[in-house]
Design a protein around this ligand. Structure first.
Ligand code: A3P
Length: 292
């Protein structure tokens, strides 16, 4: 018998599941270090891709053993993750022996442990257009048994528009982090669509933000290595060892495209979504592309 799917509840104004809140005392009091790098995203925005690139930028020369022996979710711990019978994200982060430590989070900006701000850590935020993000999240919730039951696509999409998802509303998440960027110079805000369009250019921007002096040859090697087809084949990056995921339902490395939403949204769903989108994103300077 499969254990029941977790359900959402209100956590400081954000829908969450117990998996991401059970360790809250340790998360809240997490001690960041000044050189920690926080990779923050709404779920399914390209977290693994950027984590993989950062890990290679920092450690491909000095710690190649990491890439061949440690799954990405151990190299880059997921801060608020607390699955039964697994080490918590905070424990994994505290046991990292690297400098910097790369740490992943899906928390909305207002729930980030204050130590990251006090220590003035660098933050890399990745956002993805709302429609592709919804599609990716839907397929992920179908295959990951510790995510809430997604229901059918239509009901999932309604819930997504209403922000009834783990980690809350896409709209609040991407705009909340965008606003923080205006006052926090150490926040690099990236877009999934830009990464797909020109990964090399985005790696260059990451290097300038992080103050890295990787050579052109190293960056080109990382660009090639981090292309979708390579990461999909890499058992240390494709989550094939994650027992809570059922790849027969949908693989973790699913399509990696911009515009897959067109294969899912009906004309009516698209019209309704656009209307909601314009209402919710009316007051922001943040713009997304839904095709490249
Ligand atoms: P799709 O479901 O649309 O394929 P996250 O890591 O935040 O969970 O995001 C997962 C999404 O990023 C998935 O999207 C996955 O395929 C995509 N992705 C991961 N690595 C990628 C890469 N190298 N290139 C393009 N997309 C990638």
């Amino acid at each position: 018998m499969k254990p029941p799917r977790p359900t959402l509840f209100d956590f400081h104004g954000v829908p969450m599941t117990h998996i991401f809140t059970d360790d809250w005392e340790n998360i809240k009091h997490f001690q960041a270090r000044p050189d920690d790098i926080l990779i923050a995203t709404y779920p399914k925005a390209g977290t693994t891709w950027v984590s993989y690139i950062l890990d290679l930028l920092y450690f491909s020369q000095t710690r190649p053993d990491r890439q061949t022996s440690m799954p990405i979710y151990e190299r880059v711990p997921f801060l608020e993750n607390k699955k039964p019978n697994h080490p918590s994200g905070t424990d994994l982060a505290n046991s990292l022996d690297t400098s910097p430590r790369l740490i992943k989070t899906h928390l909305p900006v207002q729930l980030i442990p204050k130590s990251f701000w006090e220590q003035k850590c660098r933050v890399v935020y990745v956002a993805r257009n709302a429609k592709d993000n919804a599609v990716s999240y839907f397929h992920f919730n179908r295959m990951d048994s510790v995510q809430p039951e997604p229901g059918d696509w239509n009901s999932f999409l309604q819930n997504y528009m209403e922000g009834q998802m783990a980690f809350g509303s896409w709209f609040d998440h991407v705009t909340g982090w965008w606003e923080r960027k205006q006052s926090h110079p150490k926040l690099h805000y990236m877009l999934f669509e830009d990464m797909v369009e020109d990964t090399g250019r985005e790696i260059d921007k990451l290097c300038s933000f992080l103050g890295l002096t990787s050579t052109a040859a190293e960056k080109e090697q990382i660009r090639r290595q981090s292309q979708f087809d390579n990461m999909k084949k890499d058992d240390m990056a494709n989550y094939s060892s994650a027992i809570v995921m059922d790849f027969k339902i949908s693989p973790f490395m699913r399509k990696g495209k911009v515009g897959d939403w067109k294969n899912h949204f009906t004309v009516a769903q698209n019209e309704q979504f656009d209307e909601e989108y314009h209402k919710k994103m009316n007051n922001t300077t943040l713009h997304f592309r839904t095709e490249v």
